[in-house]
Write a protein that binds this ligand. Structure first.
Ligand SMILES: Cc1ncc(COP(=O)(O)O)c(C=O)c1O
Ligand SMILES: N[C@@H](CCCC[NH3+])C(=O)O
Length: 450
């Protein structure tokens, strides 16, 4: 389980601990909190708040480190970034330049990936409910692999590929019935979870699929869950996958590819985060001798530490508890309200590190009781209206999960790269929200006639 609210002041990391474990963050005696060397107060003054900030160098560093872990073992693995975690064109461009492809889960993500110049040969399409139009587009763009999640989808894919006059390359996404030992809402590989095909049916399905003329099964795919922190469930899931490969081969079929999914967790609070080397080791140990094309689909591990949500205090509210009301809310960062997840919350001002702290409930302005970022969390005792506050590790499942609830426009986004920074998504305006709506004429006509 991920760390639940409320925070535990006795074990929460201090601001110094947070800085120590995040190489992209520094506290400068004059400029306050810096992300990749850029003072956050400068960005806030120019762009306003709330504002998402992405660090390009942090992303490159992590992309290289993940790849290096596999290279160190001489284990060739194709990297498909799970772009559901962060789908900005700039992020995709950086990862493309690092040699990454993507894992997509919708036609929208397909369009975004192609627009960012990602080759169809580097795209894998997962997802439990792909529409006919999405499957058709995947076939027409000749994307590398469609991970089929049900028997029904396999037959539908065959029909659609036939209508397109093509043969689709597909993998069976199996549900291995393994508990990823993570938050219930981000587990995907247990029997009863909606994802994948029951693993016991994989061999029979391979037999059946042999008769399909317009689908070629290239292998198996699995994704166990997200924010996984220990080797055990990876080992269990991949061992099961290896057994399946052997069984399918024993039945006379070819298995060329195994897609290991994502799931590698990070340290948000005080978790002992697994290293890429652990993942590479488990994959080498369980699947390394199968002579298959291996791939992984990491999302969070790559993107979470590349992001900050920069926000300003609208108000402090004295009472029991004392509240800090930020200008960011659950519509911006949904994770705390959805999963009770813990994010580091740091003052941006230099004095934040040294001033005495007290415990606050840190909330957003949205009209929901669950719009809480943290309970009982230490912030400077003199925190006041106008202060800047940074929410850490929000690069994954942050901006991508934002909504317009309470008519709150999407926040602006900024990219920092080697000391330079630029707005990479303008703040949405309320005018844009209204402009997308129409009122039927027959309704406005009533204004005239009472
Ligand atoms: C099929 C698939 N692949 C990859 C991922 C990425 O997971 P994570 O961000 O935990 O690496 C997910 C999300 O859980 C997923 O559903
Ligand atoms: N949105 C989740 C992860 C979901 C992974 C998708 N299968 C989170 O923020 O932790």
């Amino acid at each position: 389980m991920s760390a639940p609210l409320p925070s535990d002041p006795a074990t929460d990391p201090s601001f110094s601990d947070m800085l120590e474990t995040r190489p992209s963050l520094k506290m400068d005696a004059r400029d306050g909190l810096l992300f990749e060397g850029v003072p956050l107060h400068v960005i806030a003054a120019a762009v306003g708040t709330p504002c998402w900030i992405t660090g390009a160098e942090t992303l490159r560093r992590r992309a290289k480190a993940l790849r290096a872990a596999f290279e160190a073992r001489n284990l060739p693995v194709n990297m498909h970034f799970a772009m559901k975690s962060q789908d900005h064109q700039a992020t995709l461009t950086i990862l493309r330049q690092c040699g990454y492809g993507v894992d997509i889960v919708s036609g929208g993500e397909m369009q975004r990936a192609l627009h960012a110049g990602i080759s169809p040969s580097g795209i894998v399409f997962s997802g439990v409910g792909k529409s006919d139009a999405e499957l058709r587009a995947a076939i027409e763009h000749d994307i590398a692999q469609i991970n089929v999640e049900s028997v029904e989808e396999l037959y539908r894919l065959d029909d659609i590929a036939r209508a397109c006059g093509r043969v689709a390359r597909a993998a069976l996404r199996v549900n291995p019935d393994v508990d990823a030992d993570t938050h219930d809402k981000i587990s995907t590989g247990r029997a009863g979870d909606k994802f994948g095909i029951e693993h016991r049916r994989a061999v029979a399905l391979y037999d059946e699929a042999a008769s399909l003329k317009n689908v070629r099964l290239v292998g198996l795919a699995v994704h166990l869950g997200s924010q996984m922190l220990t080797a055990g469930p990876f080992r269990e899931g991949y061992s099961r996958l290896a057994d399946m490969v052997r069984e399918i081969r024993a039945a006379g079929h070819t298995v060329e590819a195994v897609d290991c999914g994502g799931g590698l967790g990070i340290r948000y609070r005080d978790e002992i985060a697994p290293s890429p080397d652990m993942l590479a080791g488990v994959i080498a140990e369980t699947l390394g001798d199968l002579d298959v094309r291996l791939s992984i689909e990491p999302g969070r591990w790559l993107s979470a530490p590349t992001g900050i949500l920069l926000t300003r205090v609208i108000e402090t509210k004295a009472g029991n508890p004392d509240f800090v009301v930020l200008d960011a809310a659950m519509n911006d960062l949904a994770r705390p309200s959805l999963y009770e997840s813990w994010h580091g919350i740091m003052p941006v001002a230099p004095s934040g590190l040294t001033n005495p702290t007290k415990l606050w409930d840190i909330v957003g302005p949205v009209c929901e009781s669950s719009d809480i970022f943290a309970r009982d969390r230490a912030l400077p005792a003199d925190t006041k209206r106008g202060d800047l506050i940074a929410l850490l590790d929000t690069g994954a499942y942050g901006s991508v999960m934002s909504s317009n609830y309470n008519s709150r426009p999407f926040a602006a986004q900024v990219l920092i790269d080697n000391g330079k920074w630029e707005i990479i998504r303008q703040r949405q305006s309320v005018a844009e929200l209204i402009a997308a709506e129409t009122v039927p004429e027959w309704l406005t006509a009533k204004d005239d006639h009472g």
